[in-house]
Design a protein around this ligand. Structure first.
Ligand SMILES: NC(=O)c1ccc[n+]([C@@H]2O[C@H](COP(=O)([O-])OP(=O)(O)OC[C@H]3O[C@@H](n4cnc5c(N)ncnc54)[C@H](OP(=O)(O)O)[C@@H]3O)[C@@H](O)[C@H]2O)c1
Length: 260
């Protein structure tokens, strides 16, 4: 299988690295920015292509560009018979029209800059519009990951929503927590052991048993005190009150005075 990877960002970097570890042939990387494409091509030890000068014989093209650009990148591709795939969790196969064989390969992992991530233990979700695309994307995904799931678009949308709830939103709350510490010139790494143990406990004993804190205990006075501290941070104050009220209710505590 001859694979062309389009994109020079986080997904292209990690997925490209993982493809090079399979027996399939990554024939090169294509991108719109010459310098970034050359950098990734050098890292993967494969040729670089410009989007207007692509190689001819390809079996699978993976478009690992931003969600909003997938359709325009796909429509500009010269290929007619090969499988065209994207890597976006929530996007449909229709973005890849008018190509005949369309697929999705979505690793359920947060991929940032840094050392390449081994996708072996990471679940990969696949979807396809016909048998050719399905077989191609399954072969590659199974060569990369030990756990591959076929999900419909509706199921992927729900899974994507839960991935945002489980990963992106807590990461942003961590960012906000560190911002408040910085404002008071306190070291932001004070929270890191807490963050690591929290993630470890969620994985090992589950979120129900891992949850601690004032709302879990029903300590209304601590919660009201925190809300007062957040009086200059109205957005954070609202989200703190809303999440605390949800936790209080889930644990059968009163929510008196926690203004929603
Ligand atoms: N990162 C993750 O954690 C993650 C996880 C699962 C799925 N995904 C999916 O992976 C895909 C790529 O995400 P990413 O995180 O790799 O994004 P990223 O790091 O921001 O990279 C985006 C890439 O898209 C390229 N691009 C944007 N518009 C383009 C256009 N009109 N034509 C050609 N290239 C264009 C950018 O090129 P330039 O460098 O030239 O701007 C860049 O190479 C998305 O569909 C995303 O949903 C990402």
């Amino acid at each position: 299988m001859r694979i062309l990877l389009i994109g020079t960002g986080r997904m292209a970097y990690h997925l490209g690295h993982n493809i090079t570890r399979t027996s399939f042939e990554l024939i090169g990387v294509a991108g719109r920015d010459a310098e970034r494409t050359a950098d990734l091509a050098r890292f993967l030890d494969r040729p670089a292509f410009r989007l207007n000068a692509l190689p001819e014989e390809v079996d699978l093209v993976i478009i690992a560009t931003s969600d909003d650009s997938i359709h325009s990148v796909a429509t500009a591709l010269p290929y007619t018979n090969c499988v065209i795939a994207h890597t976006a969790g929530a996007a449909g196969l229709d973005l890849l029209e008018p190509h005949a064989h369309r697929a999705v390969l979505w690793p359920i992992q947060t991929l940032s800059h840094g050392a390449p991530v081994d996708l072996g233990p990471v679940p990969i979700v696949v979807d396809a519009n016909d048998a050719v695309a399905r077989e191609t994307i399954l072969r590659l995904s199974r060569a990369i990951s030990e756990s591959v799931f076929e999900l419909t678009h509706e199921q992927r949308e729900l899974l994507h929503l839960t991935a945002v709830l489980a990963s992106n939103l807590p990461v942003f709350l961590m960012h906000e927590a560190q911002r408040l510490l910085k404002q008071q010139k306190l070291p932001t790494d004070l929270l890191l052991p807490l963050w690591r143990t929290t993630a470890h406990n969620v994985v090992t004993i589950g979120p129900e048993a891992a949850l601690t804190g004032p709302a879990r205990r029903g300590d209304l006075s601590s919660i009201k005190n925190h809300l007062e501290h957040l009086s200059n941070e109205p957005d954070l104050q609202r989200i703190y009150a809303l999440l605390s009220a949800m936790i209080l209710k889930a644990n059968d505590h009163p929510t008196d005075g926690i203004d929603l």
